[in-house]
Design a protein around this ligand. Structure first.
Ligand code: SF4
Length: 367
């Protein structure tokens, strides 16, 4: 039974995020927490610990209505481990697993579908082999196309493709060509992330720079125009769905500040009021969970004013925008509206596509 007592989740059933912090090798741009090579813990023991951690929070969160298994690379785990993870979100209305195209074959995809996953997020990144080499990916463009088609054949009607824009050496025309080839596969969902060069990564030490702001802005607008013309809804700065029912329900929780439990090393959680996070260490996380302790290493509760600013910052990244009552500066609202960056529809302030491009500035100005 869900209650709204302090510290318990608010806003309906929660989502469950499972972080699988293992990758076959480390991509040179990646700042996510993941351990490359052979996982430092056996899969069975890892999933036992995930199960224990979820159980620690069972009374507080109850049943989950979305499950998202991300990483890292979840598909480095064997099928039986992934099936046990799927069972943690049994009954969820949406169960997503991220996968690397090179890890999949038709049989695996059938087993993942049978285990209960109904949404696949395929880390394609590019459909150009030279981009994939620059990004240090292990799969080829042909592997990605094959994996996507196999996923469809296995019953993943809701299969999405992730792409990276701004790969070093990639021209704008080359990216649009990749995008067109991705659209030709008719994925249910497309995510397009600008390459970011994270501190401490090989790309950063090599001095790799992302594209200049003007080029990035032109390509953002071209991406949106292309995908919208192909029938996609641009529902968040980096995300496109073939209609509202195919939006990522789980990720929409983050943008709407709805509760979710995150389990696994480095996972974050939010119960509607407080958020907390796990250690960026497999060993420290495992030691705490196996001793029956909550592994969280930090947490915070936002003041109402901090929560309002966060709602502005997150909501203005989305097509649905924010409740107009959250706006702190009505003069800025009029100015940004007149400048074509915002629309005001039925009491909601919604960014136009040019507004999405300037979402951080909108949030600052409207605060
Ligand atoms: S980008 Fe993805 S596959 Fe590459 S190291 Fe990071 S988490 Fe692993």
């Amino acid at each position: 039974m869900r209650t709204d007592a302090p510290g318990s989740p608010r806003g309906g059933p929660a989502g469950l995020y499972v972080h699988v912090p293992f990758c076959a090798s480390k991509c040179p741009y990646c700042g996510f927490f993941s351990v490359a090579g052979t996982p430092p813990v056996e899969a069975t023991r890892f999933v036992d610990a995930l199960t224990r951690e979820a159980a620690l929070h069972r009374d507080r969160f109850g049943a989950f209505d979305t499950l998202y298994v991300g990483g890292g690379t979840p598909s480095v785990l064997p099928d039986d481990a992934l099936a046990r993870i799927a069972a943690l979100g049994a009954g969820a209305a949406e169960a997503t697993v991220e996968a690397n195209p090179g890890d999949l074959d038709p049989g695996r995809l059938v087993r993942l579908r049978a285990a209960g996953f109904d949404r696949l997020s395929l880390g394609v990144q590019s459909l150009d082999d030279s981009d994939l080499r620059v990004l240090g990916r292990r799969h080829s463009a042909a592997d990605a196309v094959r994996a996507f088609r196999d996923a469809r054949a296995a019953g993943f009607a809701n299969a999405g493709i992730d792409l990276i824009r701004g790969v070093p050496g990639q021209s704008s025309a080359a990216f649009i060509d990749v995008l067109d080839r991705a659209v030709a596969l008719a994925p249910a969902h497309v995510s397009v992330y600008d390459l970011t060069v994270e501190e401490g990564t090989p790309f950063a030490s090599r001095g790799v720079a992302p594209p200049c702001e003007d080029d990035a802005a032109d390509l953002f607008l071209a991406t949106s125009g292309r995908l919208v013309a192909a029938g996609y809804e641009h529902y968040e700065v980096s995300n496109f769905a073939r209609g509202p029912t195919l939006r990522s329900r789980h990720n929409s929780r983050y943008w709407n500040r709805m509760p979710y439990l995150g389990v696994g090393p480095a996972a974050h959680s939010f119960d509607g009021a407080r958020r907390w996070w796990n250690p960026r260490s497999v060993e420290r996380w495992l030691a705490a969970v196996e001793a029956g302790r909550d592994p969280a290493e930090g947490g915070e509760t936002l003041t109402p004013e901090q929560a309002r600013l966060e709602s502005l910052a997150l909501g203005l990244r989305t097509l649905d925008g924010i409740d107009a009552a959250l706006v702190g500066d009505p003069a800025a609202l009029r100015r940004l509206h007149a400048g074509g960056l915002l629309e005001i529809v039925e009491g909601r302030v919604r960014p136009t596509v040019r507004g999405m491009l300037a979402a951080d500035r909108l949030a600052r100005d409207l605060a």
